[in-house]
Structures are given as C-alpha cells and as structure tokens.
Write a protein that binds this ligand. Structure first.
Ligand code: TGC
Ligand code: FAD
Length: 404
C-alpha cells in the first residue's frame, strides 16, 4: 500500500488525560514483559492516536500513516513467532496490546486485528513455508497491508452459505463472487479470501491487489468505525495462481479459527474503550458543578460510576483468565465467544452511561465518548454478532444446535 504521510492540516491537538483503572489489582497478575508492552503501546497511543483521532473520525478518513507505527510497536501478530516477524509474546501480552489500541480507537485496534489475526495468522497457520517467507515479514513490518474476506452480501452470520467460488483452470483457479464489509479492503495489497471449490469445500486463497478482475470499492456512509476504511471485494474471473492457495486447511474451521484469534483480541480490546469512557466520566463528574456541587456528589451519578467500574473489573478478570487458558492453548472457541460478547456489551453500556454523565457535552467531540459508542456498535456486530455468540454458548452448554 502506498502510505499517505500525515497531512499537514491544522488539527486540534487533544490532550489525553487518561489514567489507568485497576480496581482489583489485576496488574499484580501481569508479568513484567506484559506491563512493559502495555506502557509502550499506551504511550504510543497518547502520542500518535489521541491527538488526531477525533479529526480523522469526523472526516471519515483512515489514518493510514499509523500502519507504520503499529508495525514498529509490534502490534501486528504480537503472539506469532518472531522468526516470521511476529512479536513472539504470549496471548495475554497480545490481549493487552489490543486493549491499549482500542483505548485509543476501535478502528485502530481493527487495523491491527485484521493484519495480525486475520491475515498473518491464517498464512502462518495454514500457509506453505514459501507463503510464510514471502508474505509474513512484509505484513509484520507494515510494507504490505492485508484484509480478510469472509462475509458476503447475503451471508454474514452464516458464512457456510457463501457463494464466492473457484474453478480449476490448470495452474490457476478462476475466482468469482463478492465479499462485503471488509476492513481495509480498499487499501489492501492482498486479501485472504475464503471461497468454495467445485466440490463445495471452503478453501483459503491469497489474492493480490493487481490481479485483473479484482476490485475493492469503498463502502461510504458509516456512522461507526469512521477512522477505519471498509470496502467490498469483487472478483470477476480473477486468476489466482495455485501457489496462492493456503494448502493446510479445508472447511469452515479455517476462517473460524482465525475468528477465534481475533475475537480473543476484541474481548480485551473492548475493555480499553470502556476504560477510556469511564476515565473521562469520572473526571467530568468530579469537575462538573450542578446544584452547587460536583455531580459526582449525587447518588445517581455514583451509581452509574460504581456500576461501570464493577463491570469493567469483571471484564478484566474474564479476559485475564481467558488469556491464561489461551497461553496453555486451552481456551475453547465457546469460551472466547462468551468473553467477546460480554466484554463488548459491557463496553457499550459503559459508553452509554458515560455519555449520560457528560450531559450535552457528551455528544460532542470534545470527549471520546460518542466516538467509542458508535464504534462499539460495529464491534458488537462484527466477528459474530451479540446474539450469535449467545447461541454459541447455548450450543456449548446444551449440546443442541440452534442454527440448524
Ligand atoms: P459449525 O458446523 O459449527 O463449524 C464448522 C467447523 O468449524 C469448527 N469451528 C471452529 N473452529 C475454530 N474456531 C471457532 N470459533 C469455530 N467454530 C466452529 C467446527 O468445529 C467445525 O469443524 P469440523 O472439523 O467439524 O468441520 O459451523 P456452522 O456453519 O454451523 O456455523 C456456526 C456459526 C454460526 C457459529 C459460525 O458460522 C459463526 O461463527 N458465524 C459468525 C460469522 C462471523 O463471525 N463472521 C465474522 C466475519 S470476519 C469479521 O467480522 C472481521 S471484523 C475485523 C475487524 O475489523 O476487526
Ligand atoms: P446478519 O447475519 O444478516 O444478521 C442480522 C441480524 O440477524 C443480527 O442481529 C443477527 O444476530 C441476527 N441473526 C442472524 N442469524 C441468526 C440466528 N440464527 N438466530 C438469531 N438471530 C440471528 N467481515 C469480514 O469477513 N471481514 C471483515 O474485515 C469485516 N469487517 C467489518 C467491518 C465493519 C465496519 C462491519 C460493520 C462488518 C465487518 N464484517 C467483516 C462483517 C461482519 O462480520 C458481519 O456484519 C457480521 O458477521 C454480521 O453479518 P450481517 O451484517 O450480514 O448480519
């Protein structure tokens, strides 16, 4: 991708006053490396993201110059092996990095989630050695930007019904179909695309940007995730060399395994958005005077703040425990679903309560609340909707499949 330099527009540099909140001393459960990773990403977010993000979100423009910085702080594939350009860290460090990024903006966390968990991870897990060597280091250092194409216009929650297909043509496959709602699609150099072969089996392909017949138009008009670019992927008789097929997976478990990796990151990420809203609301409540007192003095405001930190604390503990399981390779997809669902819904509720505490000011871009709230409407939908994750839990505990 050709990176745009940060434009020299006059921007209101926002002061980022965020302070961490750790009511149950969860930090005591973290290793020195995990804490160091958190500090590094937090200070990068304060310096590079917070001052510009409201302006980019307002203009509905992706701050593409941040890809380079994200690569430099190791946000792409933090828990993938270092030999392929990953960070070589553990799953909790990966989660914490996502939390800090989403504290800045869900769209910035999305840039990292897609690149690391939905593009690098499938190539690492299902790719050939040649594919790994060719693509992973350049994805890790931000030289190449990738996207992940699973959702279609008529198949969102039910990707098994996908219509995108390939036909054998000697040394290549001919790819036809379309994908919808694809993060980073319009700026990506390559797309990991899931399609059905002539036997109806789902396989993964790496489709490179300049392939004739391949286009990636922008989806305009989003009121959510405005600092992230979303597009379609359109394939009209695109020739994909057979060497670009991911050789080591067949079936829906391929893309769903990538989703498990990314959903795990979102379970942590959402806590970051919630912490930012809570932090702003706590500060505002102590400063804003009504009826001769700070509004924090009133019981109804205290109820809101107390419930917010209670829910954040529960989410922090859920994420930490999930991370401990993931470090032993023992986190099940259903456990990941529970944490993604709970923590994103928690963050959205915290954002709504924080908005109330800010009164009229809460709807302005002087505070991060509305941006987080609008972003979280996407986060509660993508990577499996709130209800789909509930049904995954339902299936896991009853053994009965509500999808069929
Ligand atoms: P089902 O029969 O249940 O499963 C098919 C095969 O997959 C396995 N499996 C998983 N493997 C790993 N991780 C998971 N989370 C898995 N879930 C299922 C399963 O064991 C089975 O394996 P095998 O060996 O028996 O073949 O499949 P189903 O068709 O009944 O679907 C179940 C359902 C509804 C849960 C699934 O389709 C689903 O999760 N739907 C939601 C779709 C979704 O999340 N889409 C996300 C698109 S990507 C995106 O949103 C990126 S946003 C990025 C950003 O900007 O951050
Ligand atoms: P639908 O599946 O049509 O669902 C509509 C409603 O019906 C939801 O409330 C859902 O919960 C409900 N529903 C569906 N089935 C059931 C059921 N069985 N029981 C009860 N209720 C049900 N996808 C990608 O592949 N790659 C990306 O990079 C990507 N990025 C995205 C970025 C953004 C900004 C957005 C908004 C989406 C992105 N997505 C991406 C797509 C996302 O994963 C889908 O939007 C999501 O999976 C839901 O699919 P859908 O929008 O088609 O909704």
């Amino acid at each position: 991708m050709e990176m745009k330099a940060e434009p020299k527009v006059k921007k209101r540099a926002k002061q980022d006053l965020f302070q961490h909140h750790d009511y149950y001393a969860v930090d005591e459960l973290l290793s020195e490396d995990q804490l160091l990773a958190r500090e590094a990403v937090r200070s990068w977010v304060k310096q590079e993201v917070s001052p510009i993000i409201e302006d980019y979100a307002e203009r509905a423009e992706c701050p593409t110059h941040l890809f380079q910085g994200l690569a430099e702080i190791g946000a792409f594939g933090p828990s993938l092996p270092a030999e392929y350009g990953g960070g070589g860290m553990d799953e909790i460090a990966y989660g914490i990095i996502m939390q800090e990024l989403e504290r800045g903006d869900s769209g910035v966390r999305s840039m990292a989630s897609v690149q690391g968990s939905l593009v690098m991870y499938p190539i690492y897990r299902f790719g050939s050695e040649e594919q790994k060597r060719k693509f992973l280091p350049k994805l890790a250092n931000g030289e190449l930007i990738g996207c992940f194409g699973l959702t279609e216009p008529n198949h969102g929650s039910n990707p098994a019904g996908m219509l995108t297909n390939i036909r054998d043509d000697g040394d290549a496959y001919i790819l036809n179909g379309s994908k919808m709602w694809i993060t980073n699609a319009p700026i990506a150099d390559l797309a990991v695309v899931w399609a059905k072969d002539e036997q109806g089996k789902i396989i993964g392909l790496i489709v490179e940007k300049d392939s004739p017949g391949f286009s990636a138009p922008v989806i305009h008009g989003k009121w959510s995730l405005r600092a992230s670019v979303t597009g379609e992927l359109v394939f009209e008789d695109v020739r994909v060399p057979k060497e670009n097929v991911l050789p080591n997976v067949v079936g829906l478990k391929g893309p769903l395994s990538c989703l498990s990796k990314a959903r795990y990151g979102i379970a942590w990420g959402a806590i970051g958005a919630a912490l930012d809203c809570y932090d702003a609301a706590l500060r505002y409540a102590k400063e804003r005077i009504q009826f001769g007192k700070p509004i924090a003095h009133f019981q109804l405001t205290q109820k809101k703040l107390a419930e917010m930190i209670t829910e954040i604390t529960k989410a922090q503990l859920l994420a930490w425990r999930l991370g401990s399981l993931a470090n032993k390779n023992a986190a099940t997809p259903a456990q990941i679903s529970m944490a993604k669902r709970n923590n994103v819904a928690m963050a959205l509720n915290v954002a709504r309560e924080a908005r109330q505490i800010h009164g009229g000011m809460g709807i302005t871009n002087e505070y991060p609340i509305m941006r987080h709230m609008m972003n979280l409407e996407t986060v509660i939908t993508y990577e499996g909707t709130h209800d789909i994750h509930l049904l995954i839990t339902g299936m896991d505990i009853t053994g009965l499949n509500a999808f069929s």
